[in-house]
Design a protein around this ligand. Sequence first.
Ligand code: NAP
Length: 264
Amino acid sequence: MIKIAIAGPRGKMGQEAVKMVHAEESFELVAVIDRKFNGMLMSEAEGMEPLDIPVYTDMEECFQKEECDVLIDLTAPETGKKHMLTAFEYGVRPVVGTTGFTDEDIEELSQIAENKQLGAIIAPNFAIGAILMMKFSQIAAKYMPDVEIIEQHHDRKLDAPSGTAAKTARLISEVREAKQQGHPEETEQLEGSRGADFEGMRIHSVRLPGLVAHQEVIFGGEGQSLKVRHDSYNRTSFMPGVKLACEEVMKLDILVYGLEQIIE
Ligand code: NAP
């Protein structure tokens, strides 16, 4: 039985994670960490599932009182890193879906995990289809190095570009030489019109109500284009990946960044 605490249980992702962990026979939900409702049970807290599971606002107190193997973090950029550092201190393995980590954050957290020989997973996208989209894009970029990424998310998202777009660009850069795209003398009449520049690849972030999480990677070649597209229509699409990460993190003694590292 894997004992799990969840940070961000009232959030859109957190609510789905609570349902998934509660329903899974090999998982036990031991606590949730929220900004409100300290000392209450989830069943007494507005916006939470009717479960008799304790709510903590202080993660340290939670880990001191509850036996816990894994922390699932689905909160907000900045908070995810703080929560990971606390989990490491208490020997709890983090499974983090929160996005917005910098390369420096990942480097620093990887070092801590390695020193402590403790498993950890940060996955900017838990949807299996999105992992395949990234893998297919990496294959395509070898042959079609002119590429632009258009990611689309709901308008409550705090960070841009999305963790998935950044991760896709990083994976592509492993097989593609940095190169400038578009006309060498192009200018922007409106600042930002060409999107973010990642080694010459352009990343465009769309934010609109009604969207969940969508990404299209467009490759252009002479007389042809290739589009690799993934759509998450609702947040249940992420839960098989969260479940897999909770199982796999128990076998790891390092930090793994990206679910594609544990999916063959
Ligand atoms: P959301 O609906 O805004 O939920 C975030 C939750 O985190 C809220 O309940 C918020 O509480 C809580 N929170 C924020 N700071 C906290 C703190 N310091 N301590 C405890 N709880 C805190 O957002 P969401 O759509 O669920 O997304 C959550 C994160 O997952 C984001 O970073 C998002 O980009 C990411 N995400 C990842 C994937 C993936 O597959 N990896 C997929 C979708 C989203 P309040 O209500 O009090 O602010």
